[in-house]
Design a protein. Sequence first.
Length: 206
Amino acid sequence: MALNECHLSSFEGSWRALYTRHQHEKVIARLLLEKGFEVFLPLYNVKRQWKDRVKDLSLPLFPCYVFVCCGLNRRLDILTTPGIHGFVTVGNQPATIPSGEIDSIRQAVISGSAVEPHPFLKSGDLVRIKTGPLEGIEGILVRKKNFLRLVLSVDPVQLSISIEVDAAMVDRVPTRRGIVDRWSPAAHSVPQAVYSSGFQSALARR
C-alpha cells in the first residue's frame, strides 16, 4: 500500500498522530506497515535547486508526524518502533484524529491537484467543494497571490495543508455553532504533548 493511501474501513481502532524524528517519517511509516498497522503519511512533490541540478523530492506534508489507525492495546508495538517519540496527546491521553479529517487530506493528495503545507489557521470563511474529485470536502478559503486555496487542518497537531481551487468550485457553508469556532484557541486548545509511557529514553538510545 502506498503511504499516501489509506482505507478507512479496513482496520479497527482510531486514527492517531505520532511525533517522529526529523526526516524519519518514511522509514517509520514502513516499519509500522510491516507490523500490520494502517498508516497514513501524506506526501507532496517539490522541486529543490541543488548546486548543479534541480531535484524532484517527495516530502511529508506534516513534517515529523505520521498517522496510524490503532487501538491503544497495541501502543507498546508502536512506541518501541525506532524513531517514534510518542503520541500527540490531549489531557495525557493519545489524541484521536477524526476520520473525516484524514479522509479529506487523503482525497486532496490523490486528486492530482497542487497540495502544499500551510500555516495552521484558526478562523476564516468555511466553504465546501461542490464538484470534481474533491466534492464534499470542507475547509477554509484563503487567497495566495492571484489564486484561491482551500486549507485543510488537523487540529491535534495544529498543522494545515492547502490545495488550489477555483472560485466556481466552492460554496460558502452557513455558519453553524461549533464549526467555524473549532479553530479558535478558546474552543479547541490542544497542547502538542507527547505520550511516551516510559519509552522516550529507550528510543533516544537507539
